[in-house]
Design a protein around this ligand. Structure first.
Ligand SMILES: Cc1cc2nc3c(=O)[nH]c(=O)nc-3n(C[C@H](O)[C@H](O)[C@H](O)COP(=O)(O)OP(=O)(O)OC[C@H]3O[C@@H](n4cnc5c(N)ncnc54)[C@H](O)[C@@H]3O)c2cc1C
Length: 395
């Protein structure tokens, strides 16, 4: 096998999932992660359709099921906490807005890491600074000073991918801002959730949500509509200040959430955006997951796409290990139609999620209450079928 060593940038979902499949198919993957350790945090991510099948094929479904979040569904309340709309988890057979298998992103990352760490080299606290492709490999320079040669390089380093910048060009060419921001962090359980993911929207396009997790804490979410903001992605204090200004007038549980935010070690803030690439590969470098096809948390399928993509990329590479160009082309051809469907935003886009006025909030609630009823049920059932829009090959 000529293309045996594969450097993967990013150890969240796509990176470890790819490392798993590459190892199983006889490759030698190395994963480099810029954070000093696995990054905790994030809300529950959904495993739907084909992604569930991939996790089954990895033999990890039992572990995932044991760690999944027990949620009765999604409930919208008014400023006084009175129920306005709800969607039970078992609506749409567990494949609705709330999926049957929802697991905290950090827990899924840990499961994938545990399944690979014994026979995959992980390098934490480092990142790639230079890629120089030559006739039979890529010379990689790391921020820590090391210089190593790999046969192939994969960018699985998320929406702000460093590999994509080095191999394809600046982020602005590929990342499309879709009109808002969201923050996630862990806070003390406010004691009002009763196993529901409870959300509240207020006029001005601000939506807050708190969902239960296993063990006395809860996951907070603060999202708002906004023109594109100019802020430093590394300046967490500035991001917290933006949220304080937006949510201080909100009422409901916002004061408790803002207080919880200050103590949270897993604070995460980013824009709602999508990544669109004309091609996923350039030479010996290929992109996977959010780096290649981020859909934004609004579509709820980022993790599914990353897991399915990892399976397909490893499978195609194993099919022609000496012809990476052919494998990358087939990976892209297999994935594109699925990605296209998964990236379709839900009705109303970001404004459907964080409605601007009292009227729009009422309409959103009405639409949620009608989702499970005929004839709307048929329309919404179709929306949730995108996660199945790929037939997995048996590589
Ligand atoms: C902390 C965190 C919380 C998240 N929370 C949610 C959520 O609540 N809901 C949701 O829908 N999606 C969330 N996401 C995004 C979600 O994980 C992805 O949409 C999806 O799972 C695909 O994952 P990915 O592995 O492609 O990218 P990501 O999950 O974004 O992971 C990218 C990884 O690459 C690392 N990285 C970044 N730059 C470099 C670099 N230059 N060199 C090396 N490593 C690098 C990052 O630290 C990260 O570990 C979150 C992502 C992160 C990192």
């Amino acid at each position: 096998m000529r293309n045996k060593t594969v450097l993967i940038s990013g150890a969240s979902i796509a990176g470890p999932a790819l490392a798993y499949w590459l190892r199983r198919r006889g490759f030698v993957p190395t994963v480099v992660e810029t954070a000093p350790a696995l990054r905790p945090g994030g809300h529950a991510v959904d495993l739907r359709g084909a992604a569930k099948e991939v996790v089954e094929r990895m033999g990890l479904m039992e572990t995932v099921r044991a760690a999944r979040v027990h949620e009765r569904g999604l409930a919208y309340v008014d400023a006084k906490g009175r129920l306005q709309a709800q969607l039970p988890a078992d609506a749409f057979g567990g494949e609705g807005i709330v999926a049957e298998i929802e697991i905290m992103r950090g827990d899924l990352t840990a499961i994938l890491y545990e399944a690979t760490k014994d026979d995959v080299e992980y390098i934490f606290g480092d990142r790639i600074t230079e890629l120089a492709e030559h006739s039979d490999g890529v010379k990689v320079t790391f921020a820590g000073g090391a210089v190593r040669d790999f046969d192939l390089v994969v960018g699985a380093d998320g929406v702000h991918s460093g590999v994509r910048r080095l191999a394809f060009g600046p982020e602005e060419r590929f990342v499309e801002y879709i009109g808002g921001y969201t923050a996630y962090f862990t806070m003390p359980d406010p004691g009002v959730l009763d196993e529901w993911f409870v959300m509240h929207s207020a006029p001005g396009g601000i939506t807050a949500g708190i969902r239960p997790e296993n063990g006395g804490t809860a996951k907070a979410m603060l999202s708002f509509l906004s023109p594109k903001l100019d802020y430093d992605r590394r300046d967490v204090a500035a991001q917290r200040a933006i949220l304080r200004e937006k949510f201080a007038p909100m009422g409901w549980k916002a004061p408790q959430m803002l207080a919880g935010m200050d103590g949270a070690e897993d604070f995460y803030f980013d824009s709602f955006c999508q990544v669109h690439m004309d091609t996923y590969a350039r030479g010996r470098v290929v992109l996977l997951g959010d780096a290649a096809f981020c859909g934004s948390p609004l579509v709820g399928l980022g993790t599914a796409m990353a897991i399915v993509g990892a399976y397909v990329l490893a499978g195609e590479l194993a099919a022609t290990p000496d012809d990476h160009a052919g494998a990358f082309a087939r990976y892209e051809a297999e994935l594109r139609p699925y990605v296209k469907q998964c990236q379709e935003l839900p009705p109303g886009g970001v404004k459907g999620f964080a409605p601007e006025s009292s009227l729009m909030i009422r309409m959103r609630n009405l639409s949620m209450n009608s989702m499970t009823k005929w004839p709307m049920r048929l329309f919404f059932a179709k929306l949730f079928q995108k996660a199945d829009a790929i037939t997995l090959k048996n590589y």
